[in-house]
Design a protein. Structure first.
Length: 52
């Protein structure tokens, strides 16, 4: 039995939401993931919008 292959990033793009830019990676299995540091930036950005 072969070990499971770890998905590899095959493309990267940037999404802009207002003044926030986050990277999104496309994996060879079709999944899309956001790197941890960009996910943290998104959370900080989102929490700052809570009182508007």
């Amino acid at each position: 039995m072969e070990p499971e292959k770890i998905p590899q990033a095959i493309a990267e793009s940037e999404i802009e939401i207002g003044d926030l830019k986050i990277r999104v990676m496309v994996l060879d299995n079709g999944q899309r993931v956001v790197p941890e540091e960009d996910f943290e930036k998104f959370n900080v950005w989102l929490m700052g919008r809570g009182d508007g």
